[in-house]
Design a protein around this ligand. Structure first.
Ligand SMILES: *Cc1c(COP(=O)(O)O)cnc(C)c1O
Length: 464
């Protein structure tokens, strides 16, 4: 490398040069996404800065509301979901929280779009068989923010319609339910939602756009915990909300004042007027991400981008390994029930065949035969399966939902979600099925549950 000659205008002092020397833009064109680690973005004139801050012109200002690496991730996920745009967040929880605040928060209840403490917020109808963290968010933090909710069976569209109140703004459901692999009829829920002026938000974390694209079935917004299969190796946390382009708040301006009314916050110009179909994402980014601050770090965005490059082969492998284990668990005498759409007789099998030709993901649950002592012995004996609350990692993981992910749920909600003391969740990784099965078998043995030989002889007895 030739030594760089200081330009004539270079500052003379070391302390200034150690900060400013060598800041000319690189001419390199890296083939992989670079990590843009800069909190702020420079403007070439005060006019440009003024227009960007007033949100009359697009541009990066400060990395809380966007940066080039994060923007690339947003474009890639929006593209894979068939959406019109996306906003990335620090975690899946943040993506769900910001989406619900924008669509059902109290800002939407006042004619000039402003929130007043005495104004009640909207109402959310949500699937009772949902990730425990989402249940916490809705039951506690969002409830405190005035957003009310009703939990309903994801398999009963009529129950969703019956739960609608004049304040209902959002239906929230998972395309593949955690932990039982429920596959609700997204098309039926979308039809009800749209007929009644409600927006359908689908959490597509367990499916990823490789297995299922909710937008093609009528979902208006798709949210993800990118922490899981999109990253694919259990390293980075991240989340994203995708607009599929179907929700047009200007068609019912009175119902959606936060998008259709002029507010001081956005220069007295309604968001739908300035941003058209991008109004919702703009409110999420420019208000909630800006004010509350759960932004995705550029490092994490780069990790997630790298993960997405292998999404199809990874998810196909996850599905294949999970199906192999489900098949073997099904005939094990220590197992009362296996829940995974690939299992013959599973209530979700028909929808799986229709809508999930590539597989139904790698989260499965089963009911162990025995009391909590047996459950504890089984879980503690596992070696390859890590006892950890995550899914979508390369490594297989085991969880006891009643003690872990779903521990804060009310007894009623836990019952509605069919989470018992005997429910074991497996988040199947990408190891060899035989090694994983050997680990499960030794754990069954350690828990005093008979092995496969006994299962075979029991089947023979039943057949006789
Ligand atoms: C993990 C998870 C979330 C929350 O995402 P984080 O990235 O952990 O905040 C939301 N929904 C589902 C289905 C999840 O599995």
């Amino acid at each position: 490398m030739p030594a760089t000659e200081p330009a004539a205008a270079d500052p003379a002092c070391f302390s200034t040069r150690q900060i400013h020397a060598g800041t000319t833009p690189p001419t390199a064109h890296p083939v992989t996404p670079p990590v843009h680690l800069s909190a702020a973005y420079e403007f070439s004139s005060l006019r440009d800065a003024r227009e960007a801050f007033a949100q009359r012109e697009a541009g990066f200002t400060y990395a809380r509301t966007g940066s080039p690496t994060v923007a690339l991730l947003e474009q890639r996920i929006a593209q894979l979901e068939g959406g019109t745009g996306a906003v990335a967040t620090a975690s899946g929880q943040a993506a769900i929280a910001l989406t619900l605040l924008a669509l059902a928060g109290s800002a939407g209840q006042h004619p000039d779009g402003r929130a007043y403490p005495e104004v009640r917020a909207g109402h959310v109808v949500a699937s009772s068989r949902i990730y425990g963290g989402t249940a916490d968010l809705i039951n506690d933090s969002l409830a405190e923010a005035g957003i009310s909710s009703t939990w309903v069976d994801p398999h009963s569209p009529a129950a969703w319609e019956a739960a609608i109140t004049p304040r209902t703004r959002v239906f929230l459901v998972e395309s593949i339910g955690n932990p039982h692999g429920d596959l609700p009829d997204i098309g039926a829920l979308a039809e009800i939602a749209h007929r009644r002026g409600v927006v359908l938000v689908v959490d597509n974390t367990l499916a990823t756009p490789y297995l299922f694209r909710p937008g093609a079935h009528g979902a208006d917004f798709v949210v993800h915990s990118a922490t899981k299969y999109l990253t694919g190796n259990g390293t980075a946390l991240g989340g994203v909300v995708v607009d599929t382009g179907s929700f047009r708040p200007e068609h019912d301006a009175a119902r959606w004042p936060q998008f259709s009314a002029a507010t001081p916050r956005f220069g007295q110009v309604p968001l739908v007027e300035r941003y058209g179909s991008g109004a919702v994402l703009h409110l999420i980014r420019a208000k909630f991400l800006h004010d509350l601050g759960p932004c995705l770090a550029p490092w994490n965005a780069q990790q997630i981008l790298a993960g997405i490059e292998t999404l199809d082969v990874r998810v196909a492998r996850h599905c294949q390994v999970a199906e192999a284990l489900a098949e073997r668990l099904l005939v094990h005498p220590g197992v009362l029930q296996v829940r995974h759409p690939s299992v013959p007789g599973d209530p979700n099998a028909a929808r799986a065949a229709r809508d999930f030709p590539q597989g139904t993901g790698a989260v499965l649950s089963f009911e162990l035969e025995g009391d909590l002592t047996v459950v504890e012995r089984f879980v503690d004996a596992l070696r390859l399966f890590k006892l950890a609350a995550n899914i979508g990692d390369s490594r297989s993981m085991v969880a006891h939902p009643a003690s872990m992910t779903h521990c804060r749920l009310s007894p009623q909600l836990r019952a509605a979600g069919e989470i018992t003391e005997q429910t074991i969740r497996l988040a199947v990784g990408r190891e060899a099925p035989d090694d994983l099965w050997a680990d499960l078998e030794q754990a069954f043995a350690a828990a005093g549950l008979a092995g496969n030989d006994a299962a075979d002889s029991r089947q023979e007895v039943e057949a006789a």
